[in-house]
Design a protein around this ligand. Structure first.
Ligand SMILES: Cc1cc2nc3c(=O)[nH]c(=O)nc-3n(C[C@H](O)[C@H](O)[C@H](O)COP(=O)(O)OP(=O)(O)OC[C@H]3O[C@@H](n4cnc5c(N)ncnc54)[C@H](O)[C@@H]3O)c2cc1C
Length: 302
């Protein structure tokens, strides 16, 4: 990649390119080092042209709302791409089908579904991520997951080819999908069922109340640190942690949430090492006490 060409390109676009960008401000943990390039395209053509210039010359990471990632403090020698506002459009394809831009928040999508009288999207009101991140993670709660409403994904690969992938071609598991890591989702097509918006609203409020009671808010966290170990025990991961680890354990500024012990918190200027030490400590203690190997839900980016 030619840096001069990239600087020239950055002056011609309505999106933005930042060099040596501090990644802390891009994620909920508020942790991370610098990224060589941080690119925020504001149109598909800008994204295509960037990929052409970049020419697969280094690492690429796509970030959504940053609510499920933990960046290392080390230099990210590559590009972090975050789709801009122009990728957040929401529109009706027919009476129960919605096309949602990847950078729309899950909350906005659930509101749009509600006012359009389409049910099945209520759970999205409880997830603080973007549509792109939700598709990748197969995010979910209250027994609903992205895969239940997803029809297809529109995406661009690193060579600039646009693709439509139908959901039945993807292997979705609990908080996991098998999309290639360098595939950039542009939008998703989702289908629900016609329903009275008042009933949808009631359902959404019930879910939000339940979530608020069980989980902390307004803290620097990435939500559930580990996945529930389905198939190994009937216990939820928070119960395993509670049984195995003193809940006042801290590493530097990283601590365990008092409201939900699977939520780890950047309480006081934690860095990656603090958070990673806490993660490894909890994983080791749970293994020692229960024999269960916990799997990370959050994505580590090094
Ligand atoms: C307070 C709190 C509560 C939470 N509650 C829940 C919950 O109830 N259920 C749940 O499942 N999760 C929950 N989470 C975790 C998180 O919100 C979800 O995993 C969410 O779907 C992540 O979306 P994001 O946009 O923040 O993705 P990011 O964290 O930015 O990225 C996550 C993954 O998605 C990929 N990605 C993001 N955008 C794109 C794109 N456009 N194209 C390709 N790949 C992309 C990234 O590369 C990365 O691999 C919670 C998090 C917090 C902080």
């Amino acid at each position: 990649m030619n840096l001069d060409n990239l600087i020239k390109f950055s002056k011609q676009i309505s999106g933005s390119i930042e060099f040596e960008k501090n990644l802390k401000s891009t994620n909920w943990f508020n942790i991370g080092g610098k990224s060589k390039i941080f690119f925020k395209p504001n149109s598909l053509i800008e994204l295509k042209n960037f990929l052409k210039l970049y020419n697969n010359s280094g690492k690429i990471f796509i970030i959504g709302a940053g609510s499920n990632v933990l960046f290392s403090d080390k230099y990210y020698d590559g590009v972090v791409i975050k789709l801009g506002k122009m990728f957040s459009n929401l529109s009706l394809l027919d009476e129960n089908t919605i096309v949602a831009g990847s950078s729309s928040t899950d909350k906005k999508l659930s509101e749009f579904a509600k006012i359009s009288g389409i049910s099945g999207f209520e759970f999205l009101s409880c997830i603080p991520g973007s549509v792109g991140g939700g598709i990748k993670m197969n995010a979910g709660c209250f027994k609903n997951e992205f895969k239940d409403i997803l029809v297809s994904v529109q995406a661009i690969d690193i060579s600039g080819n646009i693709k439509t992938i139908t959901a039945n071609k993807i292997n979705f598991e609990y908080r996991k999908s098998n999309f290639p890591n360098d595939l950039i989702f542009l939008s998703g097509t989702f289908r629900g069922k016609k329903e009275d918006p008042k009933i949808i609203e009631k359902q959404m409020n019930e879910m939000k109340n339940k979530k608020n009671l069980a989980q902390p808010s307004k803290i620097k966290t990435s939500g559930s640190t580990f996945k529930n170990p389905i198939g190994h025990t009937k216990k939820k991961v928070w119960e395993l942690i509670k049984d195995s680890v003193p809940l006042d354990t801290k590493f530097g500024g990283a601590s365990i949430s008092k409201k939900h012990c699977n939520f780890f918190v950047n309480e006081n200027n934690a860095n990656f090492e603090d958070m990673n030490n806490l993660i490894n400590f909890v994983k080791d203690e749970v293994k020692k006490k229960t024999g269960i190997d916990l799997e990370l839900e959050i994505i580590l980016v090094k």
